[in-house]
Design a protein around this ligand. Structure first.
Ligand code: COA
Length: 378
């Protein structure tokens, strides 16, 4: 095989069919089940979108109410899970903790191997309902606080805030979080989704697929970028320093987190919606710190586009938005998981419905074939 045939990073390779979402690089746009993501983010609640991703159609009011009730019924992590969270290394990254906990969920489920359509749907909904509580409990334990259990009186996003902080913020802040959930939910064959599909393709169980996907999402070139963006904004420190910081970073050929995309080369259609939500939240919070991060991000964005023609990706506005909501930086990527669990599991369902083992070829570049010399002669 010649080098020319190798598609490094699988760039440009179409690996399978999907009806979950469509990425259109020519218009920098994205649809879930045929609906523009920015339309979904502004016109629907997050749980409507989660329903859509799994059920292929937006719910009626009655379907949404039944779905919300099912999700609420699945809330409540086990005492063993809480014990496990208490035993985890507090210095480990929260994504490592979450990966361990999802794996633990799998081994605790006696029906883990049931990958029938109903089995996959039930397990996906259970992970959807329980992952937020795992993330929140781990967040509190790390901060020396007792976990707050899920409550069935609150909606999905409100419940997550309550489990993290013991209170629910203003509707504008909850809406900003809700929008981020919709925008993060699904993105075709990105690294973590492809990882989930690859694991499912060997007929392994859905918990294994999600555990692997979490490992993939953790990397800073993928989901971990939202954390890296916030570290970067803190390093820049002030709006007056932002342009000079960017010019210096570009001169040093640094990889600037939150910019660029493997597929979108002229901007990402999710970014304006998230940036608007972030701005509304900044106005509601109204602190000097919030306004400063807004100004820094505007200047970095404009300078990068002017100098390199490289546009921000979704992680650029979500990083500071989550920070201003009060979340610790290392739980930004676990928050991404709270949303992306929908897309991953929809892909696992799709993969299992028309399965073909994922098994690409490789271009061998090692030493030519040779004879083994017995150890006594070496
Ligand atoms: N900062 C600085 N330069 C960047 C850049 C960034 N964030 N993203 C791309 N570039 C540069 C590349 O270095 C390359 O320069 P070169 O032509 O001089 O080698 C050029 O732009 C084209 O890069 P491209 O081929 O479009 O990037 P890619 O498809 O290989 O990589 C990413 C895509 C996402 C991995 C890359 O943009 C990146 O590392 N971004 C930062 C991490 C991030 O935000 N990830 C979240 C993605 S949603």
């Amino acid at each position: 095989m010649s080098d020319a045939e190798v598609k490094y990073g699988l760039a440009g390779v179409v690996a399978d069919d999907t009806a979950v979402s469509k990425v259109m690089p020519e218009t920098n746009s994205l649809t879930y089940r045929g609906y523009a993501v920015e339309d979904l983010a502004t016109k629907c609640r997050w749980d409507e979108v989660a329903y859509l991703i799994w059920n292929k159609e937006l719910p009626t009011r009655a379907q949404l109410a039944a779905f919300q009730q099912r999700e609420k019924n699945e809330r409540g992590i086990s005492a063993d899970m809480l014990k496990l969270i208490g035993m985890l290394n507090p210095k480990a990254h929260p994504m490592d903790a979450l990966r361990t906990c999802v794996s633990f969920l799998g081994q605790a489920d006696p029906t883990a191997e049931d990958s029938s359509p109903k089995g996959l749907y039930d397990k996906s909904l259970r992970m959807f309902a329980q992952i937020p509580e795992i993330v929140a409990a781990d967040f509190r334990v790390r901060n020396g606080k007792a976990p707050i259990g899920a409550t069935k009186d609150l909606g999905f996003c409100e419940n997550f805030f309550h489990m993290c902080f013991g209170k629910v913020p203003s509707p504008e802040i909850v809406k900003c979080f809700d929008i981020s959930m919709t925008l993060y939910a699904e993105h075709s064959f990105n690294a973590s989704t492809f990882t989930a599909r690859t694991i499912a393709s060997s007929l392994s169980d859905v918990y294994s697929a999600v555990t692997g996907a979490i490992g993939s999402l953790k990397g800073p070139l993928h989901g971990g970028a939202n954390e890296a963006v916030m570290h970067l904004l803190k390093e820049v420190g002030s709006a007056s320093n932002a342009e000079a910081w960017m010019m210096d970073a570009l001169a040093k050929k640094k990889n600037i987190m939150g910019f660029g995309h493997r597929v979108y080369k002229k901007g990402d259609s999710r970014v304006p919606t998230m940036t608007d939500a972030f701005k509304k939240m900044v106005d509601v919070i109204g602190t000097a710190e919030a306004r400063e991060y807004w100004e820094i991000s505007r200047i970095l964005d404009a300078t990068m586009v002017r100098e390199k023609g490289i546009y921000p990706n979704l992680d650029f506005p979500t990083g500071p938005a989550y920070y201003l909501m009060g979340f610790d930086i290392p739980i930004f990527t676990p928050i991404f998981v709270i949303s992306r669990i929908t897309g991953w599991t929809a892909h696992v369902m799709e993969q299992r419905a028309a399965n073909k083992l994922v098994r690409p070829l490789s271009n061998y570049v090692g030493v030519p074939q040779r004879d083994v010399v017995p150890i006594e002669m070496r």
